[in-house]
Design a protein around this ligand. Structure first.
Ligand SMILES: [Zn+2]
Length: 138
């Protein structure tokens, strides 16, 4: 864990807030310690609910880095990634995530609750739904 990189993530979170967005920031660091990319939350100014810095960096890494390079990177982020970002990070090939605030610590700092889960209903129609999937994955 590198405190300098984690402090940069916290500074990016402050910059996001100063820019009118929720206070979250992240950076992606190579094994030699060089910063590859930085992002701030921009969900308000971009009018995009998915504009979390972790998700933006996960997408950047998947597009821009080969698998071996991505696997060697570490994301430093001001807060533990949410469920949406955790899913994207798992698909991105990024090697490791280091966070400052935990999700529980964040919730302790909020006066309002989190996002309610959307009710789901399934599984259904297995025989039909499996048809386009069978054989796709090796
Ligand atoms: Zn997120």
């Amino acid at each position: 864990m590198n405190e300098q990189h984690l402090r940069r993530a916290i500074a990016l979170a402050a910059e996001a807030r100063e820019g009118g967005n929720p206070p979250f920031g992240s950076l992606l660091v190579s094994p030699d310690g060089s910063v590859l990319a930085e992002e701030r939350n921009s969900t308000i100014t971009d009018e995009d609910i998915s504009a979390h810095p972790e998700l933006k960096l996960a997408r950047w890494a998947a597009r821009s880095l080969d698998a071996a390079t991505a696997a060697g990177t570490t994301m430093y982020t001001s807060c533990e990634p949410c469920g949406m970002c955790a899913g994207a990070l798992a698909r991105s090939g990024i090697g490791r995530v280091v966070f400052a605030l935990s999700g529980d610590q964040l919730n302790g700092l909020k006066t309002s609750g989190g996002f309610p889960a959307v009710p789901t209903d399934g599984p259904h129609l297995y025989d039909e739904a499996k048809m386009p999937v069978e054989g796709y994955y090796p």
